[in-house]
Every structure is written in C-alpha cells, then in structure tokens.
Design a binder for this molecule. Structure first.
Ligand SMILES: [Zn+2]
Ligand SMILES: [Zn+2]
Length: 130
C-alpha cells in the first residue's frame, strides 16, 4: 500500500458549489497529519485512528459545518481528489484510479448498511490550529 499525506486537499464534506480553500488535514483527536492509501483507508500520523474514508467525519471550519463534523459522500470525495493536483501528480494516475475504484465499492456498501453512528464516533478531521 502506498500512503499519501492529505495536503492541499479540498474539504470533501462541503457542497461542491462551495469554493472552499484546500487545506492540510489533521486528526482532530491528536492533531497528527492524516494519510490515505489507494484502498481508501485513512490513518492518522501516530496510527491511533484508522478506517475507511466513508467513516471519517470532516470539518474545514466553513460556514456550512456550523462547528460540526460531516461524513463525505462519494461524489464529494472524488471531486476533492480530482482537485488535489499535487497529490494526484505525486501518486500517479494508477494510484488515483485504484483509489476511486475502492471508494466506489466502499460507499456502495455503506449506503446499504449505514454506520453513521460509528462515523461520528470515529476519529474526526480538522484543519490544524494555527
Ligand atoms: Zn467543509
Ligand atoms: Zn488520530
């Protein structure tokens, strides 16, 4: 598995119409950077929190969140990935294609068996506190 740091990455939970500034993501629990691999699994820097993309809560601090964490949907996450040019350049087309395929499966499974509760309990993401 190849891990990529989630940097300069648009908030995948905000509506596509909202032009949010891409940011560097950290785990809200321990403030370590967040990594993603091509299987659609995310893990924080010290390995304490890991799980499928569909189970993580996100907040970028925009008006839309009103202080709350939201799970991303497939469309939002794929869009954010497509906008993260440095990441896709660095990881390459094959890695990105594999990620998108893995996410497609992952989100399909989730919608038939919602696990919203664990999504909220699971580690949350946030921008680093400046
Ligand atoms: Zn957001
Ligand atoms: Zn963590």
């Amino acid at each position: 598995m190849v891990w990529a740091k989630l940097e300069k990455f648009r908030c995948p939970a905000c509506p596509l119409s909202l032009f949010t500034t891409p940011g560097d993501w950290v785990c809200a629990r321990d403030r370590t950077p967040v990594f993603i691999n091509e299987k659609g699994v995310m893990e924080c820097g010290n390995g304490n929190h890991a799980g499928n993309v569909c189970k993580w809560g996100w907040t970028c601090g925009s008006q839309y969140h009103k202080g709350r964490f939201f799970v991303a949907d497939l469309e939002g996450f794929v869009f954010a990935t497509s906008q993260a040019q440095e990441l896709t350049d660095q990881m390459g087309a094959k890695w990105v294609a594999e990620l998108v395929r893995a996410l497609g499966k992952q989100f399909k499974k989730t919608s038939s068996r919602p696990e919203r509760e664990s999504a909220r309990k699971c580690a949350h993401l946030n921008f680093p506190v400046l």
